[in-house]
Ligand binder design. Structure first.
Ligand code: ZN
Ligand code: ZN
Length: 405
């Protein structure tokens, strides 16, 4: 199979790279991916496949029906960029002031288009259907572009049996892919707490309720959620990133506001967090005579890879790329990713694609969401190869089973 895939990708590689730079130079923010979506739709149409546009915003769906009966597999890419000024100094840097592809979604879109170009040429021998999902607004946490596309039926008719997605990963060197069964990316929630007391003269604490003294106890008590309510074998983070309150050195503060983030790696722990935080913060504040109000904004759920699909794919990829090039990740990462919405609906696998050039250390490599982030272009053909392989290999495993409606 791989002998058929590699020459096809090599044939389209220059085109894939130029598509990537075209998207990179013309980045569009979440929910504004008009031009990117139009470019994606044009390229998909060229192959003769069925194309739907404006799916859940600027989303695009391509449906490639193979000549042979079989199951349905989907590949997903995200298309949006970030509101930041590119500082890479590249000649092909962003043309748009204050907008940059700093999360590699230009690469993801180009790679899935590359997979579409290659797979379309294999249509006559394709056992089943491949869907190509290009989603908008991945960076738009907590809303995300994925739920709207799911509501518009991208996973239905024919029903998707397995879904694959990929993210460039600067911690890993070019030539390596990595993933793991179960949790791969965490949930990222936002927390707003307001502690209220009663202001008074700084010399007369008996006449006031000190919101700052209450806040100190609340912060300390919140740290026990991770140490005392979460199993030591699971993980979670509660970070309060801002705190502000008080008016003057000699006035007892009447109010303190805090903002923070909560990261978890399983849906069960994510669901438990708001209740624990609320009862501790309210209980401590009320016990000291004050009050507490909380706003909790649930972000993307944890990204859970299907264990069976992950084990099977890791094994197969080791066979074609060599065991050194396929790494089972030891731990999930705690950044949010809205591929997680798809992974709640159908068996899914998300992979990390190494993009740190040879000779560049982890410390030297700019991370994702940094305005100097430059993923190694040499990673792109491997990414396309892995996506095409995952799709084909899955369809081969379902050969002759027929599509589910
Ligand atoms: Zn991002
Ligand atoms: Zn991203």
């Amino acid at each position: 199979m791989i002998e058929t895939i590699r020459p096809l990708i090599a044939k389209h590689l220059n085109r894939i790279l130029s598509i990537r730079w075209d998207i990179h130079k013309n980045p569009e923010l979440s929910k504004e991916e008009r031009k990117t979506a139009a470019l994606v739709a044009d390229i998909l149409r060229e192959t003769g496949m069925e194309v739907r546009t404006s799916v859940g915003g600027h989303g695009v769906l391509g449906v490639l029906r193979g000549r042979l009966p079989g199951g349905t597999v989907a590949l997903r890419a995200d298309m949006d960029a970030l509101p930041m000024e590119e500082k890479t100094g590249l000649p092909d840097a962003s043309f748009v002031k204050g907008v940059m592809h700093a999360c590699g979604h230009d690469v993801h879109t180009a790679m899935v288009l590359g997979a579409a170009l290659a797979l379309a040429e294999m249509k006559d021998s394709l056992p089943g259907t491949v869907k190509f999902i290009f989603q908008p607004a991945e960076e738009n946490n907590p809303e995300g572009g994925a739920p709207a596309m799911i509501r518009e039926g991208v996973l239905k008719n024919p029903d998707v049996d397995a879904l694959f997605g990929m993210h460039v990963w600067p911690a890993l060197e070019t030539g390596v892919v990595s993933t793991r069964p179960g949790a791969l990316m965490g949930a990222s929630d936002r927390l707003f707490l307001t502690i209220s007391g009663r202001g008074a003269h700084g010399s007369e604490p008996e006449n006031g309720i000190d919101a700052i003294a209450i806040t100190a106890q609340v912060i300390t008590a919140l740290q026990t959620i991770v140490s005392r309510n979460v199993s030591p074998l699971d993980s979670a983070v509660v970070t309060l990133g801002t705190i502000s309150g008080g008016d003057r050195y000699n006035v007892i503060a009447g109010e303190v506001r805090m903002e923070g983030t909560v990261r978890t790696v399983t849906p069960e722990i994510q669901d438990r967090m708001p209740g624990r935080i609320r009862s501790i913060a309210e209980g401590v504040a009320e016990g000291m005579g004050g009050g507490c109000s909380m706003d909790y904004v649930k972000g993307y759920p944890p990204l859970m890879n299907d264990p069976g699909l992950a084990e099977r794919t890791i094994g197969k990829l080791k066979g074609i790329l060599g065991p050194d090039h396929v790494v089972t990740a030891e731990k999930p990462a705690l950044g949010g990713e809205d591929f997680s919405f798809f992974s709640r609906e159908v068996p899914s696998l998300f992979l990390w694609l190494g993009c740190r050039p040879a000779g560049v250390t982890k410390e030297e490599m700019a991370p994702l969401h940094n305005n100097r982030f430059v993923p190694d272009e040499k990673a792109i053909p491997l990414g396309v190869e892995v996506l095409v392989f995952c799709a084909l290999d899955f369809l081969e495993s379902r050969k002759g089973e027929g599509e589910r409606k």
